[in-house]
Design a protein around this ligand. Structure first.
Ligand code: MOS
Length: 758
């Protein structure tokens, strides 16, 4: 009960914009990113990657490489130590091998590593290695000869089904039946993938940008047969991470290399190698069938997806688990298949299921609105629901229509023209909208907190700062909970020696770490209060502990009583310390033990027994298409989101805006091009892999819709990390249709796709 009331106070103390506590360190260059860590006597590694997509390695010609000055060692499958188990893919299940065997599963696979005195020497030597392959014909993507198709095994469970969707669709007076495709996309964080490993006896330290230090620690220990407590992962700052900076095989090989050459080894993966030695967003192909009554009520929802994966992994994102929950509908049928090709294993990339699958759903909704001749926002209103249609659970809260209404008012949606109607000189003008969503996940998390009689606090937890403002979330929470200033709180994150925190993924970080920090504050406050009410020299002597609050560097009691925070701390000791564990309500009691064992332990917004928890949003965009060149511009975007409690509106704004911009990129720019004969990626660099620049994004307005969610978790935090990108691709495609009457069902949208009519 005490925790409930303190959560209520904390909830209302959030919401004030706060600059980043690590801002100065970042802009002055004192923030230590993994490859900045100075390690004495380091040797440099460079990867050798396969030039073929499928086959076996018959041998390596290494003489010329060995002759390069400064070369120390070359690792290949012929001389690496045995691993003590198969490596796990992003879904926790086996995946394709790398340097363990002579097998090549995909182009650009890690097949060797050169270690040399200098980076340049290692690179030169790697370029001199000749590999003899026995080459087999590769299958590259959908439609290629030799792909293998299988039912997807979704992490979220079987695909949602309800009623009889096929017969309801057949009987529906209004139908949409359409196929959509989304492209391959790759992680291009500014900070490259990097790993430095250093041994001290059998203790291993890993410096690596990481979204899950405890996961990497345990995974590396398992594969190298080490005790987990002998592996430490340090990742104080991460220069961008969107799902690919988790446990990774390169860490194991760098550790092995360092053990072999008996000195620290540093590997910074090049930009182009980053496309193939890490995971990525795989291309999808989707079939959506919507049936509706003439007044726009959905009677049938059928969504089928196909996703590319590697030969050895069944990884899939199964976004139908989300799309089936978006709108009221009595009949639902969904399915997902994986298509195994000779490709690297895909993995998480910002809103992994929703980014591709909401393109299908939200494009189809726009097609339905057009067929019904009703406004697309009104179609969403007609089918809005406070109940999850797949399982009849209530949404913990759902402010979707508020998002549409606030965005529409700000945007001037009422000025939208009929299809192909609006023009401004040479430019065709179109408005489009789409729904954004993301499940509200939370996870167990532990923290260690201390306070000292100088009135300062220090909190430590193995959380991850991937650019979102994680240090600041924790600092704000501790400061507000203890009633002290943010600058009097020191936050230590980024080291697996600290209490474990779940992977910084699935948009759970703010909710999980805020609750862990709040729990630690409650525990330490209990100790301080206990001493204060018992001491007859205290202003709150004899007070009922439940009446006391911490504010303005004091404990406040009834009748304006005020006991200074410093004095209250001093009464307990020179330093008070607590170790606290937060386990979300309803989670199994072994959730924390699982986290200690390095296993992801999510409490998913779609896996609960009491409610379904999602954040919602609405994207409204204007596009302008040149009537002759078909150049596509997006002069303005208005996006509104309701994500429960906003811990820090300043960083939340950046996160939403960044997501919306990435969504524009997904609509108009981004695509990894595949040479389908060779199964090779063709644009593995920042020059040819297109993404938006400032001139592509003139105006993005973000509206944060107020929402108090009392059911999602004690602090009402839904998470905002990923929702911003979701649906934007459809909003742009829908605006393109409104401007031109041309429906583009394949991303990214390019001018040549709009040349078909005038
Ligand atoms: Mo994210 S794809 O949960 O890093």
């Amino acid at each position: 009960m005490a925790q409930q009331s303190s959560a209520g106070e904390l909830k209302s103390a959030y919401g004030k914009p706060a600059t980043r506590v690590d801002g100065r360190a970042k802009v002055t260059g004192s923030a230590q990113y993994a490859s900045d860590e100075r390690v004495a006597n380091v040797a440099y590694a460079y990867l050798l990657t396969s030039t073929i997509a499928r086959g076996t390695i018959r041998g390596f010609r290494l003489d010329e490489a060995r002759a390069v000055p400064g070369v120390i060692e070359i690792l290949t499958h012929q001389n690496v130590d045995k691993l003590s188990g198969p490596q796990d893919g992003p879904d926790g299940k086996p995946t394709t091998t790398t340097m363990e065997t002579d097998r090549v599963w995909h182009a650009g696979q890690m097949i060797g590593m050169v270690i040399a005195e200098t980076y340049e020497g290692a690179r030169e030597a790697a370029n001199k290695i000749e590999v003899d392959y026995s080459v087999e014909e590769p299958s590259s993507t959908f439609g290629s000869v030799g792909v293998e198709i299988a039912e997807a095994e979704a992490q979220a469970g079987p695909p949602p089904k309800k009623g009889n969707a096929a017969s309801a669709f057949a009987a529906a007076p209004i139908k949409v039946d359409a196929r959509y495709t989304t492209p391959t996309q790759h992680h291009n964080a500014i900070e490259l993938f990097a790993t430095t490993c250093e041994w001290e006896g059998d203790k291993l330290t890993i410096y690596e940008p990481s979204q899950f230090m405890w996961g990497t620690k345990v995974a590396v220990a398992k594969l190298l047969a080490l005790q987990a407590e002998n592996v430490r992962v340090v990742s104080e700052y991460v220069g961008g991470a969107f799902g690919a900076k988790g446990p990774n095989m390169r860490t194991v090989w760098v550790a092995m290399a360092a053990r072999r050459v008996k000195r620290p080894v540093k590997l910074v993966v090049t930009r182009d190698q980053g496309f193939t030695v890490n995971t990525y967003r795989a291309e999808t192909s989707q079939h959506v069938q919507l049936g509706a009554t003439p007044d726009g009520k959905l009677t049938s929802f059928i969504h089928e997806g196909e996703e590319i994966t590697s030969r050895g992994s069944g990884y899939n994102v199964s976004g139908v688990d989300g799309t089936a929950r978006m709108y009221a509908c009595p009949n639902i049928a969904t399915s997902v298949k994986v298509v195994h090709a000779d490709r690297n294993t895909p993995g998480y990339m910002r809103a992994p299921p929703e980014t591709p699958y909401m393109f299908g759903l939200e494009s189809a909704m726009d097609e339905l609105a057009h067929a019904l001749k009703i406004d697309p926002i009104e179609l969403r209103r007609t089918n809005d629901t406070q109940t999850d249609p797949t399982n009849d659970l209530p949404f913990s809260s759902r402010s979707l229509m508020k998002c549409y209404d606030e965005a529409a008012a700000r945007f001037g949606w009422s000025n939208r023209g009929a299809t192909g109607e609006k023009r401004d000189g040479d430019w065709l003008v179109g408005y489009g909208c789409a729904t954004a969503c993301y499940p509200s996940n939370i996870a167990p998390s532990a923290a260690r907190l201390s306070v000292t009689p100088d009135g300062k606090a220090m909190i430590s937890l193995a959380a991850h700062e991937i650019g979102t403002g994680a240090y600041t979330v924790v600092a704000i929470t501790v400061a507000r909970a203890l009633g002290i200033d943010t600058q009097d709180v020191t936050v230590h994150l980024g080291d697996s020696e600290l209490p474990p925190v779940m992977i910084a993924g699935g948009s759970n970080n703010a909710a999980s770490t805020a609750h862990a920090a709040a729990k630690a504050c409650d525990d330490i406050k209990a100790k301080i209060v206990e001493a204060a009410v018992k001491a007859n020299d205290s202003a709150v002597f004899g007070a009922d502990p439940s009446t006391l609050t911490f504010a303005n560097k004091a404990i406040k009691g009834p009748g304006n009583k005020s006991e200074p925070f410093k004095a209250a701390v001093e009464r307990v000791g020179g330093r008070i310390e607590v170790y606290s564990e937060f386990i979300p309500d309803g989670m199994p009691h072994d959730a924390m033990a699982k986290l200690y064992a390095g296993k992801p332990a999510f409490w998913a917004g779609t896996g609960r027994k009491d409610v379904t928890a999602f954040a919602f949003g609405a994207h409204l965009v204007e596009v302008r298409i040149h009537s002759r060149t078909r150049e596509i511009r997006v002069p303005r975007v208005v996006s509104a989101f309701a994500s429960g409690t906003i811990v820090n509106p300043l960083t939340a704004h950046s996160q939403y805006m960044g997501g919306a911009i990435w969504g524009l990129s997904s609509a108009l720019h981004e695509s990894t091009e595949i040479d389908t004969r060779m199964a090779l990626y063709m644009n593995k660099n920042l020059a040819d892999y297109k993404m938006p620049v400032n001139a592509d994004v003139p105006s993005v307005e973000i509206i944060m819709v107020a929402e108090d969610d009392t059911r999602v978790n004690a602090l009402g935090i839904k998470g905002i990390g990923e929702i911003g990108i979701v649906g934007m691709n459809a909003a742009v495609a829908n605006a393109v249709f409104n401007a031109t009457g041309i429906r583009v069902r394949s991303l990214p949208i390019r001018p040549e796709m709009l040349l078909v009519t005038t």
